[in-house]
Design a protein around this ligand. Structure first.
Ligand code: HEC
Ligand code: HEC
Ligand code: HEC
Ligand code: HEC
Length: 588
């Protein structure tokens, strides 16, 4: 299976071939990348096409819950998710996009509406790997945990994404587990502290907050799924413990054999007498299969995804007495959830069924904005998040790096001047740019984005919808830098104060077209671009391009792809897109 979020080969190759200044620009932006988006379906289709009508999802050609007993209600249903990596909501940049907590909540409710007894469990890796501003990562983490609680999750594992945060795991716990004792509870039974060079008990390293009954990181929980007690245990696998130890010397790990023995004994002795046990195993599938074979007490083991695109079916690992353990993977970024249905058998055991569910647009909360917010308790959480991002002025805290042009001519202090300034001498180009979507790109965040609104205050969105957010003298906010709102001339051409002040200076002129290796370099004529765009991918090679043209195409394409990346715009194709934004004015 192919990774759904990697660019199609042509674009990846283009990005690789692009050298020089463009390469540097890509690198600088790459570091500032936020991972706000990225829920697109596998293969990008060449044409964006009209928005799809919501349909019931079909997985592997079959409707959901195909083959599940029709005449019986499951005794318990466990919704499994994990490795969301801060992907809380699709950005809406292109369609269709998958995943997000809003849709997950709608899906979980659709199960409850059937009268099914649902409990949720998440593998962990909830924390976003990069944020515009670190504080925003914490806010997003808490948003995710609060949303899981609204959905009826009982437990969340602890993954390596929870560690490389400044301030470490303690910052993450401070944001959530320390605040209040409430589900979902964090589980990582083999996590220990280090004190005086020696291992320190989990209960001492992550103690009970004042007034609480549990340590901040636990071993096992038991939830009630409509009368069926479900036990959930969390441990971290060997390979992952090694990775965590490298980034956080304040923790170490217990031997999982001992820990799982304790966990199984604790579940056996639990007053609620759990009948269905789930293991959140933060390790690889291979490790998980071994654990599943050794511990048949767990009916389900959720492990890390080998591929962001999860397998349709779990692997069944044989245990003693014909028992089977399902080893489940649910992919990355919350685009899918796994659902285990446990149907009671006459012998007191369960017949387990599994369904992988892609969270497509059919699960967007129905109704106008007000009604949707009443129907889906996750939506008000997003509103509060977006308001906090605005009120805490995270946009103003975005780190500004020097643009490659600013590095090359640093003595001149080249700065952003805004598209109006260019208009003075390039009226024709300006008029044509005005007619493109770029000239009002910030409106998408202010007026189109609805769940939540206020995205024009969120640097994770704003950076691609304005001029130079991540660069010195670039966009700050609508009040301070209104001339840098929207995708302007300098979003592509780079900061222009030097050239605007001295239009004849060749070095400054060159900086405005960093995709050129030499002055005469140009994209192929628009007519030729359109001709190529009309061809299917496999026939495009037949249209002869000059080597210089091909090089400019690659360089420009890589520049566009800083914003039109595989996550935010999987349909991007330079041959189709350039003719729509070409702004050259015929020379007289
Ligand atoms: C990496 C760059 C990038 C980031 C980050 C980004 N966008 Fe976009 N956005 C784009 C691009 C490119 C398009 C145009 C896509 C297309 O035409 O298919 C777009 C289009 C949109 C549109 C559609 C506009 C319309 O008129 O239909 C919306 C809405 C939007 N983005 C919202 C957001 C939100 C909300 C965020 C933050 C969560 C965000 N964007 C973050 C690049 C980005
Ligand atoms: C004071 C007038 C003036 C202003 C302001 C100005 N330009 Fe120019 N620009 C020129 C002139 C004149 C040329 C043609 C130079 C030549 O061919 O020697 C030019 C050429 C260009 C070129 C073509 C370079 C090439 O390789 O053919 C680009 C791109 C460009 N300008 C972008 C911009 C941008 C972006 C801005 C705003 C930041 C801007 N210009 C502002 C006068 C101006
Ligand atoms: C989406 C990116 C983008 C934006 C926005 C943009 N340009 Fe360009 N511009 C380009 C590219 C790429 C070329 C090179 C075209 C080619 O090689 O045929 C170019 C070419 C030019 C040229 C040279 C045209 C020629 O005939 O050689 C000028 C002048 C120019 N742009 C000015 C502007 C001005 C002024 C604005 C804003 C009003 C602007 N551009 C906005 C990407 C952009
Ligand atoms: C700074 C980020 C950025 C860069 C660089 C950029 N774009 Fe865009 N582009 C956007 C955003 C954001 C939108 C969506 C605007 C909207 O619809 O509100 C967009 C929209 C478009 C659209 C309209 C898409 C549609 O569905 O109608 C085209 C075409 C396009 N861009 C082409 C290009 C090309 C070609 C390049 C490179 C030469 C480029 N863009 C570079 C951010 C960018």
């Amino acid at each position: 299976m192919t990774a759904p979020t990697s660019p199609p080969p042509s674009r990846r190759a283009a990005a690789l071939r692009a050298g020089g200044v463009i390469g540097l620009a890509v690198l600088v932006l790459g570091l500032a990348t936020l991972g706000a988006c990225g829920w697109n379906r596998g293969a990008p289709s060449p044409e964006p096409g009209p928005p799809e009508q919501p349909k019931d999802p079909v997985v592997g050609g079959l409707p959901l819950f195909h083959g599940w007993p029709k005449d019986a209600k499951p005794a318990a249903v466990v919704v499994l998710s994990g490795q969301t990596f801060g992907y809380v909501q699709p950005c809406g940049c292109s369609r269709p996009q998958m995943g997000g907590l809003e849709r997950r909540a709608v899906f979980v409710k659709s199960l409850r509406d059937k009268g099914w007894p649902v409990v949720g469990a998440d593998l962990g890796d909830v924390y976003p790997p990069k944020s515009a501003v670190e504080e925003q990562g914490k806010l997003k983490y808490r948003l995710a945990m609060d949303a899981l609680r609204e959905m009826g999750y009982v437990a969340v594992g602890v993954g390596k994404a929870e560690f490389p945060v400044p301030g470490g795991i303690d910052q993450v716990l401070g944001e959530y587990a320390l605040q209040k004792e409430q589900p979902p509870f964090l589980l990582a039974g083999n996590l220990l502290g280090v004190a005086g060079g020696q291992p320190q008990a989990r209960e001492d390293r992550f103690p009970k907050p004042p007034g609480a009954a549990r340590p901040m990181v636990g071993l096992a929980e038991v939830a009630d799924a409509g009368g069926t007690p479900v036990g959930v245990v969390g441990v971290i696998g060997k390979s992952t413990t090694e990775d965590i130890k490298k980034v956080d010397p304040s923790v170490t790990f217990d031997d999982n054999r001992e820990v799982l023995k304790k966990a199984v004994a604790a579940l056996d002795a639990h007053p609620k007498k759990p009948r269905l046990n789930v293991l959140l195993f933060q390790g690889t599938a291979d490790e998980a299969k071994k654990v599943a074979a050794d511990w048949p007490q767990f009916a389900v083991v959720l492990c890390q995804a080998e591929d962001p695109e999860p397998p349709q079916f779990p692997q069944a690992v044989d245990g003693p007495g014909g028992r089977k353990t399902l080893v489940v993977q649910v992919g990355h970024k919350g685009r899918y959830v796994g659902v285990v249905g446990a149907f009671a058998k006459p012998d007191g055991g369960f017949d387990l069924r599994y369904q992988l569910v892609p969270l497509g647009e059919e699960y967007v909360t129905a109704g106008p904005e007000e009604a949707a917010r009443k129907a889906n308790p996750v939506l008000p959480l997003f509103d509060a998040y977006a308001a906090a991002v605005r009120d805490r002025n995270f946009l103003g805290k975005v780190v500004k790096e020097p643009h490659p042009s600013q590095l090359q001519e640093d003595k001149l202090n080249i700065s952003y001047v805004g598209s109006e300034r260019c208009q003075g001498c390039h009226a024709g180009e300006h008029a044509r740019w005005k007619g493109t979507a770029h000239s009002h790109a910030l409106d998408a965040l202010e007026k189109v984005a609805k769940r939540p609104t206020l995205r024009n205050f969120d640097g994770e969105c704003v950076r691609c919808h304005v001029v130079g957010l991540n660069y010195r003298t670039g966009y700050e906010d609508q009040k301070t830098t209104p001339h840098l709102a929207h995708v302007g001339c300098e979003s592509c051409h780079g900061p222009g104060s030097g050239h605007a002040a001295d239009p004849r200076a060749a070095n400054l002129l060159a900086l405005q077209s960093p995709w050129k290796a030499k002055p005469g370099d140009r994209l192929p004529p628009v007519g030729k671009m359109k001709e190529i765009a009309a061809l299917p991918a496999f026939e495009r090679g037949r249209v002869a391009l000059k080597p210089e043209e091909q090089r400019v195409i690659n360089a420009v394409s890589a520049m566009c792809a800083r914003c039109h990346d595989a996550e935010n715009d999987p349909h991007f194709d330079i041959f189709t897109y350039w003719p729509k934004v070409d702004h050259a004015v015929p020379k007289k």
